[in-house]
Design a protein around this ligand. Structure first.
Ligand code: ARG
Length: 456
């Protein structure tokens, strides 16, 4: 394909240089945005009397036909083209003749690529936010099913205090809600049109940037033309939001891997989202969860790659910036793939409250509640703490748990113990007594479920 920028050069570029320079393999996915952006630009040129209405109509019709043909596959993208912008313009001129050459008046590929990318990422963000909302609904549903499931809460991965499994799941719901907020914030800041900034300095034509910004659904236009074509901070912001999201998904999946192990058996994943081993017949591996955890590294790489690519660039556009798309597209693709598999995996995950309860009983996580019982009967906390500790040691030695000791044994440790000690150390009582706001009581957990549902 002949170069649209041919003119100055006396010699053709080398094939290896063309291949190296080309970005069409990556940016062809923005063809729709490129075409709609060009349609708006042509309409503006006509509205501002820069080109004639007849020329604008011919250009817009030509672009429409290209869009239809690309959508239905009649027109194939030429992978030899330099990029999607060059390809569309070239096909347009082939189809409508010299009029097509008027489209690039008062425009540069620098503002063109920036506007295409912002529009493309805007719809990608909407798509991920929708998926996150579906995920949040699934988390809320699982929480509702597990309000009565009591599980050890951990610190240092050591059993710490009993909690409702719903409470634990809802912690992730709060994180995911903030992920939605972060993506929406970044998308809002990104939604300013760079179109009309041209190469960097603006243009000698009397254009109307409001016109194109409105037509393309932007909230306004970038008020400094150099900034408009130079910065990719919106990519960095989206990549950070996606990295934080992946970090949350990774932790969640790490726990699912643990919970579904034989050591825990708190949950079972559906066979549809696990794999077997080629040698060990008993194995059921949580490959999907592991891959989500693993792919988190890719998204961090995309973020760091983009930050590094940008850090030394003088204003305004530099070709280095072509690398922005591969990273941000990879990050969105990865997040989309992860969510597509994680949502149904979580939905079909079965919980085993009996195993959760057993783990909660084995860890003496009611030892604090036992001490508190004595304190309520008048004993100073330090003395009560000591008695509770000695009783835990006794249980460990006898291979039993506090709940199973007879009252006579309790009495040997303190006269203050009465029949009501069993209620006081019952795991259900322990979680229900944690009545502070945001805590693990049923009321608090129900309020959290409500909050999530209202904010999806
Ligand atoms: N393919 C280029 C990119 O993605 C388009 C912009 C080219 N601009 C230029 N001045 N060479 O960045």
């Amino acid at each position: 394909m002949a170069k649209l920028w041919a003119g100055r050069a006396a010699e053709d570029t080398a094939k290896v240089a063309d291949d190296f320079n080309s970005s069409i393999a990556v940016d062809s996915r923005m063809y729709r945005e490129d075409i709609t952006g060009s349609m708006a630009h042509a309409a503006m040129l006509s509205a501002c009397n820069i080109i004639s209405p007849a020329d604008a109509d011919a250009i817009i019709e030509g672009l429409e036909s290209i869009l239809t043909d690309l959508d239905d596959g009649t027109l194939k993208i030429d992978m030899e083209a330099e990029d999607i912008h060059m390809f569309v313009e070239q096909v347009l001129t082939e189809r409508i003749g010299d009029v097509g050459k008027r489209l690039h008046t008062a425009r540069s590929r620098n503002d063109q690529v920036a506007v295409d990318l912002r529009m493309y990422l805007r719809s990608q963000t909407v798509q991920v936010v929708e998926k996150l909302k579906t995920l949040l609904a699934v988390v809320a549903e699982k929480a509702e099913e597990n309000v009565e499931s009591i599980v050890p809460g951990y610190t240092h991965l050591q059993r710490a205090q009993p909690i409702r499994f719903a409470h634990h799941l809802l912690a992730y719901a709060m994180m995911l809600l903030r992920d939605v907020g972060r993506l929406q914030d970044a998308a809002k800041r990104m939604n300013q049109s760079p179109l009309g900034a041209c190469a960097l300095a603006g243009t000698t034509y009397e254009t109307d940037r409001d016109f194109t910004a409105k037509q393309l659904g932007f909230d306004g236009w970038c008020i400094n033309s150099i900034d408009a074509v130079s910065d990719r901070d919106f990519c960095v912001e989206l990549l950070s939001a996606l990295s934080v999201l992946m970090m949350h998904l990774s932790r969640f999946n790490e726990e699912i891997i643990l919970w579904s192990s034989w050591e825990f058996r708190f949950v079972s994943l559906s066979d549809a989202y696990t794999t077997g081993s080629s040698i060990m017949p008993q194995k059921k591996n949580s490959d999907m969860a592991e891959l989500i955890r693993g792919k988190t590294g890719r998204v961090y790489g995309d973020l760091v790659g983009t930050l590094t690519m940008l850090k030394g660039l003088p204003l305004a556009y530099n070709k280095d910036m072509q690398e922005d798309k591969e990273s941000i597209f990879d990050a969105f693709d990865t997040v989309n793939m992860c969510l597509d598999v994680f949502i149904p995996m979580l939905k079909t995950m079965v919980t085993h409250p009996e195993n959760m309860k057993k783990a909660a009983q084995e860890g003496f996580i009611n030892a604090t509640d036992l001490a508190d019982y004595l304190v309520r009967k008048g004993m100073p906390f330090r003395s009560a703490y000591k008695i509770s500790g000695s009783m835990v040691a006794y249980c460990i030695q006898k291979g039993t748990v506090l709940e199973n000791l007879p009252l006579e044994t309790y009495k040997q440790y303190s006269d203050l113990f009465e029949e009501d000690v069993y209620t006081a150390i019952d795991l259900v009582t322990c979680v229900q007594k944690r009545i502070s706001q945001g805590g693990t009581s049923a009321e608090s957990v129900q309020a959290q479920i409500q909050y999530v549902k209202e904010n999806i």
